[in-house]
Design a protein around this ligand. Structure first.
Ligand code: GZL
Length: 370
């Protein structure tokens, strides 16, 4: 609140300076406001702070948002960050304080505490791991700063206003149900699976692992191994190189819990002369369905890619606008997602007893993807 009063006083001072300045050509440009200084905006940009007609904040001042992002580990993460930076721009009436926490949970907690010290208006968190949050969320609550969670979930506290993201267990179930239908259609009776998991402790990893394993156990498949590739291409390659040595000739399915791991796994299988994809010995399944991932689905290198939609920011802005107008936003907002495949031998699958469409990847779909 102190920050807000300071900004208003600075703005009043600025307007006074500009009024004085208009009467004389020699007046220096108004001193940068606190926001300008922080946003490293050039001193000659007073109009950058001019209240926008449709600025969501009362009184025209920018809404300050602290965003503690997981890191920069994948194409998905890049799209998630861009979505927030595009929506929460100064032109749209926001002052976004962005911190890339580089997959470091301690760093992420520090970032949130810094936002509290800065007395931001809202805090957005994409939690690297799903536990260890209740204390810092209590501190946000005591400071009167609403918290919005995006993407991954927090499992040990509900001290946040809303969560906007995906159902990761459903993604894992969908991958399992597709594999069941696909192996039946291809008359593949024996299914021996190697899994490359995402970052340990991330709810995306937990959910996808749980969902796929539920189907594997039901169908009697063998999961030979399941190790973390940390959602990175390097991690996927390292794990797959090890798998190719330890399980040579014993596996016919590889499940990568994101596209970047799949890119690395493909490099490793190629180097080990293991064929994969629609015309290969190994069925390759991925998650995220980023543009590059869908290109590999269309080429037949990846058999199926289960989308996780990173474009949460517009829905987060809806939450903020609801709060700004004194309303109560939904506690949970789920993103719409698609299941992408190369071949059109199946039109749909049953997930949780509900028929869900499969989408054959086309160039138009790739051109429109994130
Ligand atoms: C899932 C998201 C995961 C993506 C990965 O919602 O948290 O983290 O699947 C990203 O690409 O690294």
């Amino acid at each position: 609140m102190k920050r807000k009063i300071a900004s208003i006083l600075i703005c009043v001072a600025m307007v006074a300076a500009m009024v004085v300045g208009c009467g004389s050509k020699e007046e220096p440009a108004a001193a940068p406001t606190e926001q300008e200084a922080e946003a490293d905006t050039p001193a000659d940009a007073p109009e950058a702070d001019a209240p926008e007609a449709d600025a969501p904040a009362a009184g025209g001042e920018l809404i300050t948002i602290g965003f503690a992002q997981v890191g920069h580990e994948s194409d998905w993460r890049t799209a998630s960050t861009k979505s927030c930076q595009d929506v929460f721009s100064e032109a749209n009436g926001y002052d976004l304080q962005f911190v890339d926490c580089d997959n470091d949970s301690a760093e992420q907690l520090n970032a949130v505490r810094t936002f509290i010290e800065q007395d931001v208006d809202y805090i957005i968190i994409d939690p690297i791991v799903s536990t260890g949050w209740d204390t810092v969320l209590s501190e946000c609550e005591s400071a009167g700063i609403p918290v919005i969670i995006i993407d991954r979930t927090i499992d040990d506290s509900d001290k946040y206003v809303s969560w906007v993201g995906s159902n990761f267990k459903t993604e894992g179930l969908a991958a399992g149900e597709w594999l069941k239908a696909y192996t039946e259609a291809k008359n593949i009776s024996e299914v021996n699976v190697l899994v490359i998991e995402g970052s340990t402790g991330a709810s995306a990893t937990i959910g996808r692992t749980e969902g796929f394993k539920e189907i594997a156990d039901r169908e009697g498949w063998t999961i030979l191994d399941s190790q973390s590739g940390d959602f990175t291409q390097e991690g996927g390659q390292k794990v797959m190189e090890s798998y190719c040595k330890s399980y040579e000739g014993k596996f016919n399915v590889v499940v990568c819990q994101n596209d970047n791991e799949a890119f690395g796994a493909m490099d490793a299988m190629k180097a080990a002369s293991v064929s994969y994809g629609v015309n290969g010995d190994v069925i390759l399944i991925s998650f995220d369905a980023c543009t590059a991932g869908l290109e590999f689905v269309m080429s037949g290198d990846i058999n199926a890619d289960f989308e996780c939609n990173p474009l949460a920011a517009p829905f987060v802005e809806d939450v903020i606008k609801t709060l700004q107008s004194g309303g109560t936003p939904e506690k949970e907002v789920y993103m719409v997602e698609h299941w992408y495949v190369n071949e059109d031998i199946l039109s749909s699958i049953e997930v949780n007893g509900e028929s869900q469409e499969l989408t054959v990847v086309t160039q138009d779909i790739i051109d429109a993807q994130y």
